[in-house]
Design a protein around this ligand. Structure first.
Ligand SMILES: [Cu+2]
Length: 147
């Protein structure tokens, strides 16, 4: 085989190896960042949890506990416990945004998105609306109190 052919094959093979490596790194990274809030899918299989419904509306967050009790702009949860938040909107698109926990989910009328939430550090976490939803958008700040 002539020398230039060998160089050509080596280049193609080298590029293929680099691309395969990048694909592997991307696949591993994508597997790690699943859409499960602060915990990963692996940690959570089979665990007990409580379901909280979350409604975005102009201009407040409404939280509904399993017993049907609703609160406005305030959710109290226990630390270290697993919650399944079912997010939706009753009017326009909002976005459920908790900066400290790195969570940002849209709430869309007619759709329910599931957010798994487990917070280990007690405290008060602000819930902002991160999607302009009307004149009262700036008022749309709730809090999650972790006890
Ligand atoms: Cu909003």
């Amino acid at each position: 085989m002539e020398k230039s052919k060998i160089a050509e094959y080596a280049t193609v093979l080298g590029a293929a190896l680099v691309l395969a490596y990048l694909a592997y790194v991307a696949a591993v990274g994508l597997y790690e960042i699943d859409n499960f809030g602060t915990i990963s899918l692996k940690q959570f299989s089979g665990g007990e949890y409580e379901t909280i419904k979350v409604y975005g509306r102009q201009f407040a967050w409404v939280f509904e506990y399993p017993n049907g009790t609703q609160t406005i702009n305030e959710l109290i949860i226990e630390r270290g416990k697993l919650y399944r938040l079912e997010l939706t909107s009753i009017d326009v698109v909002h976005a459920f945004y908790i900066k400290e926990l790195g969570i940002k989910y849209d709430t869309v009328p007619g759709f329910t998105y599931v957010l798994w939430l487990k917070v280990d550090k007690p405290g008060t976490y602000n819930v902002y609306c991160n999607e302009y939803c009307g004149v009262g958008h700036y008022l749309m700040v709730g809090k999650i109190i972790v006890k």
